[in-house]
Design a protein around this ligand. Sequence first.
Ligand SMILES: NC(=O)c1ccc[n+]([C@@H]2O[C@H](COP(=O)([O-])OP(=O)(O)OC[C@H]3O[C@@H](n4cnc5c(N)ncnc54)[C@H](O)[C@@H]3O)[C@@H](O)[C@H]2O)c1
Length: 257
Amino acid sequence: MTARPMEGKKGIVLGVANRHSIAWAITEALLEAGAEVALTYEGERVADRVRKLTEDTPIRRLYPCDVSRDDDLRALFDQVEKDMGTVDFIVHSVAYAPREALAVPFHQIPREGFQMALDISAYSLIALCRFGSRLFQPGTSILTLTYHGSQQVMPGYGVMGVAKAALEAAVRYLAVDLGGQGVRVNGLSAGPINTLAARGVPGFTDSLRLYRERSPLQKNTEPEELGQAALFLLSPMSRGITGEILYVDGGFHITGA
Ligand SMILES: NC(=O)c1ccc[n+]([C@@H]2O[C@H](COP(=O)([O-])OP(=O)(O)OC[C@H]3O[C@@H](n4cnc5c(N)ncnc54)[C@H](O)[C@@H]3O)[C@@H](O)[C@H]2O)c1
């Protein structure tokens, strides 16, 4: 393995809100590995923080993009095409569910909240491929972030579990759809990490403790572990892998009672 496996590769990371974001840990790993990284940010609410974060880095390209808006996605890829031509990787590290869809019993989830959670957390991966595919080339690797609540019921995860199940199915369908062009699509299933999005999930601190107590490695997942695993899935080291969900959770998901 080369020390800088992403040398000469360029791409986009979506989902940095602050230095605790999983997307930021992945960005740091990509930069370390020699990649040229452009970031997107959701909107003006996080723009200053993201700009500050990149000040001491080689990152020069920051694009606004609300993934729930087709116009934003169209504008993003028009600009990326002008600035970068093609992309070797895209990291989709974006999720959202409104409070009124998370903090209610599962059978009381309102339609609008369900639609918004599924749109932003799952459809957006398809939308990225829909608007961005003309910039893909053989070897391009797409990566998304998911959670085990897609497979088994996890306390408080509710509507997000359904959204992640849809996201993981989309990974498989996209992998088949784009595989003929040599484009790969994979997901990383992360153990709980203390981020802005995670703190919105009721009972999040309990799951941190549960993972420390119950996972084979008896510790919580560290952002750097996700950065390294992402690097593997984004680089040619994983060129034979697509449609896969790779768990980085200290082994929690293999345990039973
Ligand atoms: N933190 C965890 O415990 C954990 C575990 C497994 C999976 N994940 C997944 O990791 C990903 C990143 O989350 P995180 O934990 O780093 O939290 P985070 O809050 O740092 O990142 C979530 C990002 O989604 C962005 N976002 C939300 N709505 C958007 C929209 N409409 N358009 C564009 N961007 C939007 C936010 O701006 C933010 O940057 C998510 O998919 C999350 O579900 C997190």
